[in-house]
Design a protein. Structure first.
Length: 309
């Protein structure tokens, strides 16, 4: 057994040794470090089984293009988190290629990635990350939702985030959740540049100030307006919490015991709040207390899928 390593470790899923929160079929494959899977065997007491047919490959076919904080290796954007949590949940091997925020457009154009919207500052095409490249098909996909759709279709043997008949409702959830989050942007956006590389910070400030038609420090609500905005945000998140509570007898997820895209969405935005405000900030402490700690519990439950591969 000494020459065998956990297949998760070969693919960089070291932290999946934690206790699982989602119910996957119980089996875990071992393989030799140098890729001989002929001696595959099932562990007696597995903690997780993140595999499907795609795990027959040892080199990741998928490249996730993500844009980091200034350290060059930390995910922060909610959309990047969605794609990353999604890939980790499905157990699809992938590697990350980091693209500085200011270089996103040129990177997307170089690979023929389509724009995902229009720029708020000049109405031109907006190129965004996350995006993926699947070397097994040659396909490039941008937009977190389209990435999810592609991976669900292309890797049907991996666990689904869209259990039967729930896709449309999960899309509705995604939209309503974004509407709820929206007012928090005014508090968050001015904090972003100091976390980015100098080149990206300059780009971020320039484009957002044109978009808001204000200096970034002036978009933050102050005094009574700030108090009202925070209070509205809390009410908004409590409303989402009440939807969650409908299935609390089955489990903590939107669909009760089953993790779905909705949970990935909710956690991804909270990861964004945490990384931009900072764990020790007053803002994060306030957010952590929302909805009786439900969102923090949800983050804990999905933490096992937050590996940066
Ligand atoms: N609808 C897209 C939105 C992605 C998005 O807005 N990405 C931002 C980073 S958070 C981006 O790439 N912005 C590029 C820019 O502003 O130039 C998705 O779901 O993936």
């Amino acid at each position: 057994m000494l020459d065998l390593v956990l297949i998760e470790r070969v693919h960089g899923f070291g932290n999946l040794q934690k206790e699982p929160r989602a119910g996957f079929p119980a089996a875990t494959i071992y393989e030799k470090a140098d890729v001989d899977i002929s001696r595959a065997q099932t562990r007696k007491k597995p903690w997780r089984a993140p595999f499907g047919s795609c795990f027959q490959h040892t080199m990741p076919n998928i490249t996730l293009y993500d844009s980091p904080l200034a350290d060059g290796k930390t995910t922060w954007s909610p959309y990047m988190w969605k794609a990353r949590l999604f890939l980790n949940f499905k157990g699809i091997p992938y590697k990350t290629e980091w693209v500085d925020f200011v270089d996103i457009e040129s990177h997307c154009k170089k690979h023929g990635l389509k724009p995902t919207g229009k720029r708020s500052w000049d109405g031109q095409d907006l190129y965004t990350l996350p995006a993926i490249h699947d070397a097994s098909t040659g396909v490039y996909v941008s937009d977190s939702w389209l990435i999810a759709e592609y991976l669900e279709k292309q890797y049907p043997d991996t666990p689904t985030l869209f259990p039967s008949g729930t896709k449309g409702l999960q899309q509705v959830f995604t939209d309503l959740h974004l509407q709820t989050v929206f007012p928090l942007r005014a508090f968050l956006i001015p904090r972003v540049p100091r976390k980015l590389s100098p080149r990206s910070a300059e780009y971020f400030i320039r484009t957002r100030e044109i978009s808001f038609k204000k200096k970034l420090e002036d978009i933050v609500p102050k005094g009574d307006e700030a108090t009202k905005e925070w209070s509205n945000l809390e009410v908004g998140f409590d409303k989402i919490a009440a939807w969650y509570a409908q299935t609390d007898d089955k489990g903590q997820f939107m669909l009760g015991e089953t993790i779905s895209w909705a949970d990935i969405t909710a956690v991804s935005f909270h990861l964004w709040f945490k990384s931009i405000f900072g764990e020790e900030s007053e803002e994060w402490k306030r957010i952590s207390a929302w909805s009786g700690g439900r969102w923090i519990d949800l983050m804990k439950a999905l933490d096992v899928y937050s590996t940066i591969a």
